[in-house]
Structures are given as C-alpha cells and as structure tokens.
Design a protein around this ligand. Structure first.
Ligand code: NAD
Length: 255
C-alpha cells in the first residue's frame, strides 16, 4: 500500500501521535480522516492540512457515532485503506494507594471503554468498509494499526487500567490478523515507549530529562514523526502482519 492515494481514518488524530499520522498521509499525497473529540485539536489540524484532511467529531465510546463516522468517511473520502486507533487515555491509580483508597472501578471501566472497546468498535466498522476495496498488491484491501504501549507489555505501578487495555491490544494483534486475512486486511500494533506528545504535558523539566536518560539509544523522546514513519513502513511492507512493534529506543522501564 502506498501513501499516495490512500485514505486513512485516524482516531485520536486531533493531535499527538495520531496527528502525526494525519500529517504524514496528507503530505504524502493521501487523505486523512480525523476522528477525535469535538474538544480536541482535530478541526484546527484538518483546516491546516487543507482539502485532503477531514475532521469528524467522534467519541470512540459511542458506537452510533462511530458507525456514522465511518459511513461519512467513505462517502466523503471515497474509501478507507488504513485505520489507526490512536485515541486513548492514561489515568494513574494504585490498586490501593498510600492513603488506603482503592482503585475507582469506574476509572478502570472508562479506560477499557476508550482504549480497548473503542478501538475494536472502530476497527470492525473500518474493516467492513475495507472489504469493499478492490484488492491491491498481494490481494491487500486494507491495514489496521492499533496503538498499544510499552505499558501493555510491562506495566508500571499505577497503570492497572491502562496496562489491561493496552495489553489486550497486543494480544489481539495476531488474532485479528488471522481473522481478517480472508479479506486481505493486515493488522499491526505499535507499542510506543515515551513519546513527546500532549500526554506527557504535565511533567516538569527534571522528570523529562530523567525520562530521556532512560533511553538506550538514541537519547531522546519519541516524536509523532517517528510514529508516523513506522505507520508508513507498515503501509509499504505488505509482509508485515500480525506483529506488535516496540518504538522505544530499547528503553525498558524498571518497577
Ligand atoms: N505519549 C506517549 O508517551 C505514549 C506512549 C505509549 C502509548 N501511547 C498511546 O498513543 C496514543 C496516542 O497518544 P498521544 O501520546 O498522542 O496522546 P494525546 O493525548 O495527544 O492523544 C490522544 C487523543 O485521543 C483522543 N481521545 C481521548 N478520548 C477519546 C474518545 N473517547 N474518543 C475519541 N478520541 C479520544 C484525545 O482527544 C487525543 O486527541 C494513545 O492511545 C496512547 O495511549 C502514548
């Protein structure tokens, strides 16, 4: 699959890692359909990218909104070749914190709802739209990229909900690839390490330089451009399928 001429639907595409994918697609001659919350930067980003970018306000916890958004994406962009599920939240709570308070169950449920069920809901509708594509190289009709996290492989204290949601996306990678192979749809997952996005906005300079120092090589945080370049690689290399790729400069966070 080439970037030029491809249509990508990107949840959480209003900024951060998803925003980087939207930019990469449009700059490479494709189209980007950004699905994100009304309150996100999706409208501004789409406006800045021009006529080949479209913003459809969508909450990925609302199944009706998702179904309509995918229909609208196909109507307005013509087809869907790529679906990147980058919408996500990362709340932090200990199971029992130092004051003896237990992890709020509604926070756990909300995290699963956005990060896991939201991703599955979007990808099932996007996959349906992809089945209508004419097969390209190797009989390919589409590519789905889910966004997990290093925390999906090795969770930190306070990340129970996040780790559960992101670990499930890793586990699903091969299953989904097998499930959708009959349609010529590939499924890949990215497990980013520490990326320089709004998700990291709350940390101070000292903590930031500590995080940079954790990187083995290169000594820097990941960027939306690194992330988009990996998505582009997935698009171009048809043999990549059913695999989760870490994007973390060999960083392994201790407990
Ligand atoms: N930044 C990192 O260090 C890092 C590391 C590992 C994994 N990730 C994952 O990468 C993905 C992108 O994160 P980011 O770093 O770009 O952060 P971000 O906060 O910039 O992006 C997340 C996006 O998801 C959107 N979103 C949240 N809830 C939503 C909902 N209910 N419906 C639709 N959209 C919703 C937000 O509006 C936002 O635009 C997330 O899934 C995150 O868990 C990030």
């Amino acid at each position: 699959m080439k970037v030029a001429g491809s249509v990508g639907v990107i949840t959480g595409g209003g900024g951060g890692l998803g925003g980087g994918v939207a930019r990469m697609l449009v700059e490479g001659g494709g189209k980007a359909v950004i699905l994100d919350l009304e309150s996100s930067g999706g409208a501004e980003l789409a406006a800045s990218l021009g006529p080949n970018a479209l913003f459809i306000p969508t909450d990925v916890t609302d199944s009706t909104q998702i179904e309509r958004a995918i229909e609208q994406a196909v109507e307005q962009a013509g087809r869907i070749d790529l679906c990147v599920n980058a919408a996500g939240i990362s709340p932090a709570h200990r199971v029992v914190d130092r004051k003896g308070r237990v992890h709020p169950l509604e926070v756990f449920e909300k995290t699963i709802d956005v990060n896991l069920i939201g991703a599955f809901d979007v990808l099932r509708h996007a996959a349906k739209a992809m089945t209508r594509n004419e097969p390209g190289q190797d009989g390919e009709r589409g590519l789905i990229v889910n966004v997990s996290s290093a925390a999906g492989l090795e969770g930190q204290p306070g990340q129970a909900a996040y780790t559960a949601s992101k670990g499930a996306l890793v586990a699903l990678t091969l299953q989904l690839a097998r499930d959708l192979a009959v349609w010529g749809i590939r499924v890949m997952t990215i497990a980013p390490g520490i990326m320089d996005t709004p998700m990291l906005a709350g940390i101070d300079e000292k903590r930031r330089s500590q995080l940079i120092d954790l990187h083995v090589f290169p000594k820097r945080l990941g960027t939306p451009e690194d992330f988009a370049a990996l998505v582009r690689c997935f698009m171009e290399v048809t043999l990549l399928n059913g695999e989760c790729v870490r994007l973390d400069a060999a960083t392994r966070l201790g407990p």
